[in-house]
Design a protein around this ligand. Structure first.
Ligand code: C2E
Ligand code: MG
Ligand code: MG
Ligand code: MG
Length: 269
């Protein structure tokens, strides 16, 4: 009997697997048309300078208005886009849209866009960005690229070269979700990022223990030791904000200060 139910489980498992595969193939095909059909949009979240309280930049975050599934969050389709290579198209659209929005509607502000580590492996990332900047007319110094620290893992030489080219153009590069990936300290020195965004899980943990607070303090110091501007992500409470202020974190971003919204709903004061 046990054997029988074990076998059934295996059958169910296989059915489940193939359903998932079919589902994924369908979604991959749909993602292809999503860009052409205008189903993608951007929301923007402000990032504040803690010393001046000014908005320093806005982060562009992609959304997909799927005809049947409704509003989809990036975690539901970015991994698929990375696997199928469509991330390049998606990303071209995101960067172009973010640059032209910023030029048209956000005078004096910078914009940051998220780029997948896999895009750094395709050697033409710097060229793509250069073309978009030229086409849209946004000054390169107003564009920032966010990439997770896992970008340092494969082909570090090539990645380093791409970063150098971007930095020479004036584009700033920030490490996103810092503390959750695999970068070694020696890579922080080698890659010379302009800024570090401390992952929100560290900010959420601040209230739990003295030890967690101490870790955040040390990461802020570490970032500064490498001449990086330190941003705290996921600031949701006044207590978190005052802790970060007290410990000289440079910049903050989070629901407490401003949620991601359509560009016309941004409150920049
Ligand atoms: P991320 O770059 O770390 O972006 C921050 C995420 O945290 C966003 O989620 C944002 O809505 C959320 N967030 C901001 N403040 C708070 C807060 O106070 N509390 C909580 N709980 N969450 C907060 P979102 O928009 O769902 O994006 C998730 C991830 O998807 C992003 O993480 C980024 O890695 C990726 N992503 C988003 N847009 C793009 C894109 O255009 N291209 C690529 N390659 N990845 C993108
Ligand atoms: Mg980001
Ligand atoms: Mg991220
Ligand atoms: Mg992040």
């Amino acid at each position: 009997e046990a054997k029988q139910s074990g076998r059934n489980k295996w059958v169910y498992y296989r059915q489940d697997m193939s359903e998932k595969l079919t589902e994924r193939r369908k979604m991959a095909a749909e993602l292809k048309t999503a860009i052409q059909e205008g189903q993608l949009s951007l929301v923007y979240q402000p990032r504040f300078n803690l010393r001046t309280s000014n908005v320093e930049a806005v982060e562009a975050l992609v959304r997909w208005q799927h005809p049947e599934r409704g509003s989809m969050m990036p975690d539901q389709f970015i991994p698929l886009a990375e696997e199928t290579g469509q991330i390049i198209h998606l990303s071209n659209w995101v960067i172009r849209k973010a640059c032209s929005d910023t030029l048209d509607k956000l005078p004096g502000l910078s914009v940051s866009v998220n780029v997948s580590p896999v895009e750094f492996q395709a050697s033409d990332l710097a060229d793509r960005i250069k073309n978009i900047l030229e086409d849209t007319g946004l000054e390169p110094t107003r564009l920032e690229i966010e990439v997770t620290e896992n970008v340092t893992l494969s082909d570090p030489e090539r990645t380093c070269q791409t970063m150098k080219t971007l930095k020479q153009m004036g584009v700033r590069i920030l490490i996103d979700d810092f503390g959750t990936g695999y970068a070694s300290l020696s890579y922080l020195r080698k890659f010379q990022f302009d800024g570090l965004k401390l992952d929100k899980s560290f900010i959420f943990s601040l209230g739990d223990s003295q030890q967690n607070q101490s870790v955040v303090e040390k990461i802020i110091d570490l970032g500064k030791a490498y001449s990086m501007e330190v941003t705290a992500e996921g600031v949701e409470t006044a207590d978190q904000l005052s802790f970060l202020k007290k410990n000289k974190c440079d910049e903050v971003q989070g629901y407490f200060l401003g949620k991601p919204v359509a560009i016309t709903d941004l409150n920049l004061s």
